[in-house]
Design a protein around this ligand. Structure first.
Ligand code: WQD
Length: 338
């Protein structure tokens, strides 16, 4: 089966291409390379022994998007990673975020309808839950008002998919990711943050590598056991595998609704200090860090109830926090050598 992976040269997309090819799927990547690098195609080939098909395309442009579906016959499913993803940037350029993130979905879905393609997996996010009222958080927990245009596009995308799947032949699964970190064990693919990283783990690895002077831990007085925020960090390879099982569920007609939502996390929450400790323990590298004021917009704590994904998808994250931080460091070290 040929699967179109939009944004397949990106961080989560590239790891998913590897797992899909390992599971026997053919992969076509469409990526505009705005925040990724084409070298990833060769890396995927080195890992899997198979080169994915690739087209450079801006899918937010309807003409370019249609061309992908016309040029490459036989696409049977789509996994959608193509999106702008910086929360801060989305506050400054909301129109760009709505146009890009939602325009891509509409163009892709329109072409899926035209070509009779029935399966769609959407990258969604735990940000749809906002600050949880109860933990661990279940898929049935209420979706809260978004606090950024980025988060809002994830919510709107889920709502659009509900109406679209209700009135078309399209089946969809929205995977609500928690915090993906780490890199492939080969250290051939990983996260390539643009400029100064916003996210915790790339900031840690760049600080350890001497690219940044010091990690600032945002907030020391949160109502958590050690005063720092808690997240459910998930290994990107585990996350990638969740896409394969989600796709198979629809192909094998095991989905119970036209649109389903799954939490994709480990079910364990780690504080910022626990992540730092794990990094130091797994790598043997001492990290330079200090406390700084709270970061605006941070939720205090969230981790997933993964029982629905375990039961329905038969999927469970395998990697622990130490293997996540170690693989992130191994990837950083490979990057530094180049
Ligand atoms: C994690 C923790 C920070 C940097 C992001 C996206 C969000 C969603 C999930 C997809 C927080 C702390 C961070 C630093 C720090 N993804 N931190 N110093 O905010 O949970 O969410 O991933 O949709 O949209 O924004 O992840 O890695 O930025 O932060 O202390 O330099 O690390 O305060 O507690 P976050 P993060």
């Amino acid at each position: 089966m040929k699967i179109l992976i939009t944004g397949g040269c990106g961080y989560i997309g590239s790891h998913t291409c590897v797992e899909l090819q390992n599971a026997g799927f053919d992969v076509l990547i469409a990526d505009n390379l705005s925040n990724s690098n084409q070298v990833v195609i060769d890396r995927i080939e080195r890992i899997t022994g198979k080169k994915p098909e690739f087209i450079q395309s801006d899918l937010s442009d309807n003409g370019q998007c249609s061309k992908v579906f016309e040029e490459f016959q036989g696409i049977e499913g789509v996994i959608n990673f193509a999106a702008s993803k910086a929360v801060g940037e989305s506050m400054e350029k909301p129109v760009m975020y709505y146009k890009n993130n939602l325009g891509i979905i509409l163009n892709v879905i329109e072409n899926m309808q035209k070509h009779g393609i029935k399966y769609f997996v959407q990258s969604s996010s735990c940000t749809v839950y906002g600050e949880p009222e109860a933990l661990p958080i279940k898929e049935t927990s209420p979706v809260k008002d978004a606090t950024s245009p980025y988060g809002h596009t994830k919510q709107i995308a889920e709502q659009m998919l509900a109406f679209i799947t209700a009135s078309t032949d399209i089946n969809a699964i929205a995977l609500r990711y928690f915090n993906p970190i780490g890199a492939h064990a080969s250290a051939l693919i990983g996260e390539l943050p643009n400029g100064v990283p916003n996210n915790l783990v790339p900031f840690i690895t760049q600080t350890a590598a001497g690219i940044r002077k010091e990690l600032k831990v945002f907030g020391s007085d949160y109502p958590t056991p050690d005063g720092t925020c808690i997240r459910d960090y998930i290994h990107v390879v585990d996350l990638a595998k969740a896409h394969v099982v989600a796709l198979k569920r629809m192909v094998e007609k095991k989905n119970k609704e036209k649109l389903e939502f799954f939490n994709i996390g480990t079910g364990h929450g780690y504080s910022v200090l626990e992540v730092i400790n794990s990094f130091e323990k797994s790598t043997g590298v001492k990290l330079n860090w200090s406390f700084a004021p709270r970061r605006a917009g941070d939720i205090i704590q969230i981790w997933a109830d993964t029982s629905f994904a375990e039961r329905e998808l038969g999927w469970k994250a395998q990697e622990d926090i130490n293997s996540m931080t170690l693989s992130a460091w191994q990837w950083q070290q490979k990057l530094d050598k180049k």
